[in-house]
Design a protein around this ligand. Structure first.
Ligand code: ATR
Length: 274
């Protein structure tokens, strides 16, 4: 019987997940459909009941439901529990199990670049995204992580939880050349021409990542590139979080490089940004 999958969010019409998963289902000869469903916060519980009733095989959860979904699940995996947020659900025998593939998706994306796990890595930001990424980086063996954030207290709390260091923004800015890898996790650059911190002291040998993928090149990445750094945008994280979800549902590891290229083209770029 044909299987069905979905992504729920508010808003949802611009999601690229249906394109991505439908492409992979077709490529692997899997008889399944993946649909975007607009669910408002007040409808979340009803949406879960309905999807279960209608025999959904799995779904993704995007903003603003990643936390509110937790009490509606039958089971939660450790990563989702630590992050207190769910982006992927698998239905097995009518039971819904929640996962979070965002942090691991970022790490997979980063590892396709020449990065050294022993060398100093800076995470900018201390919100939900930074949390998932910091835990995933630690799990993956990155051993020298520093966190900085506009609100220092949040950086300190996250650093304490992940066994990392925390520094104030001014200190991170002054010592930027010491970081071999820099990861930008805030929303700065999404809608405005601004930087989360000054890149004056950035060296030319760093790998600089931004989790934003629309625009493909944030002002932060543009400046890092101009300084000679190797840069990566958030397309790789987006595709890899989807690939890990797809693998949980089907057992198949899809082609992420081809999908990064396709999504980049959809977003107006003509080549992979590296
Ligand atoms: P998300 O789940 O997307 O990470 P979040 O939990 O609201 O969202 O966290 C947003 C992050 O972006 C935080 O690190 C936030 O810094 P504060 O903790 O100081 O609020 C950061 N951020 C948002 N707007 C910012 C701005 N204009 N300048 C610097 N940092 C900003």
């Amino acid at each position: 019987m044909k299987k069905w999958y979905a992504v729920i969010g508010d808003p949802i019409s611009h999601s690229l997940s249906p394109f991505m998963h439908d492409h992979w289902f077709e490529k692997h000869g899997i008889d399944a459909s993946y649909i975007p469903v607009h669910v408002e916060p007040k409808q979340l519980e009803q949406a879960f009941r309905s999807m279960k009733l209608l025999g959904i095989s799995g779904f993704n959860i995007t903003l603003p439901h990643k936390q509110a979904a937790i009490p509606l699940l039958d089971e939660l995996d450790d990563t989702a529990r630590i992050m207190n947020a769910v982006n992927t659900v698998a239905a097995e025998n009518g039971r819904l199990k929640g996962f979070n593939t965002d942090g691991d998706g970022f790490v997979r994306s980063l590892l396709s670049y020449p990065v050294d796990k022993e060398r100093a890595l800076l995470v900018i930001g201390a919100g939900g995204a930074a949390r998932g990424i910091s835990f995933a980086l630690s799990r993956a063996g990155f051993s020298n992580i520093t966190i900085t954030n506009r609100t220092f207290r949040r950086a300190q709390e996250l650093a304490d939880e992940t066994g990392s260091k925390a520094v104030v923004l001014a200190e991170a800015e002054a010592n930027l050349s010491e970081f071999a890898t820099i990861v930008q996790t805030t929303s700065v650059g999404l809608t405005e021409e601004a930087l989360p911190l000054s890149l004056t002291h950035l060296g030319s040998g760093s790998v600089v990542a931004d989790i934003i993928y629309n625009p493909l090149e944030t002002p932060f990445l543009k400046e890092a590139k101009a300084k000679g750094c190797l840069v990566l945008n958030g397309v790789g994280m987006f595709v890899n979080q989807g690939a890990i979800a797809f693998e949980k549902w089907t057992g198949i590891r899809p082609d992420t490089e081809e999908m990064i290229q396709l999504i980049t083209e959809k977003l107006g770029g003509n080549h992979v940004n590296r």
